[in-house]
Design a protein around this ligand. Structure first.
Ligand SMILES: C[S@@+](CC[C@H](N)C(=O)[O-])C[C@H]1O[C@@H](n2cnc3c(N)ncnc32)[C@H](O)[C@@H]1O
Length: 206
């Protein structure tokens, strides 16, 4: 069931790379292979570069490393995920290259499924490979005027889904536009499903 949908559009199809540029261009820092597995670090940095410190829900946040890193960057972040999971014991800090131990660290967690009644309390909703909540995130942002960053992965436990053969990423961004939102695509340099979109609402201000 999970893989009956085509992969997300290519970077060229999303307008993120000029046609023909991907094959011939020189590699830059962002392209270095060593960066490719650090999705939480890369996404936390991307968010911190684009949004002011604000309240954040790490929707479907799993172990909570993204929420932890956003907290380190000055955000008030908590995980919203019905399954309780401990933080990983350590992670690699990309700026220093050092391994950071998380022995004593904790993140705030709400052990509940995500829904609009909870989601409207946050300025920013982040859904990294989240299950069961992508549509609810968009519905919340359309109603509450907050912002979201979504990197959709598998179609799991959503109240609606594309037909077989339709692309989940494109279906979601079309759904967002149907709600009057303006999804802006982006890509990060990690392995796996690494394209996403952001919707900017009235919150967070600035
Ligand atoms: C594929 S994991 C992604 C975890 C993490 N974001 C990551 O990138 O490693 C999907 C997560 O969604 C959570 N989840 C499932 N249903 C949910 C729901 N209705 N609301 C919020 N989270 C949900 C699962 O418990 C799981 O931790």
């Amino acid at each position: 069931m999970r893989h009956r949908y085509p992969p997300p559009p290519s970077l060229e199809e999303l307008g993120l790379v000029p046609p023909g540029a991907a094959a011939g261009r020189r590699r830059s820092g962002d392209d270095l292979p060593k960066m490719k597995k650090f999705r939480f670090q890369l996404l936390a940095g991307w968010i911190a570069d684009r949004f002011p410190p604000c309240t954040v829900a790490d929707v479907g946040g799993g172990k909570g490393l993204l929420a932890h890193l956003l907290g380190q960057a000055g955000f008030q972040a908590e995980v919203v995920d019905p399954v309780d999971q401990p933080l990983p014991p350590r992670y690699r800090d990309l700026a220093s290259g050092r391994r950071v131990r998380l022995d004593e660290a904790t993140v705030a967690r709400r052990r509940v499924p995500f829904g609009p009644a909870l989601g409207r309390r946050y300025d920013l909703l982040v859904a990294l490979h989240a299950h069961g909540s992508n549509l609810a995130v968009l519905d919340t942002v359309a109603e509450a005027g907050n912002s979201c960053v979504v990197l959709p992965c598998c179609v799991v436990d959503e109240p609606a889904a594309p037909g077989p053969g339709q692309n989940w990423f494109t279906w979601l961004t079309d759904h967002a536009r149907g709600l009057g939102l303006e999804p802006e695509p982006f890509a990060l340099n990690f392995r796996g499903q690494h394209v996403g979109f952001a919707v900017r609402g009235d919150r967070p201000a600035g």
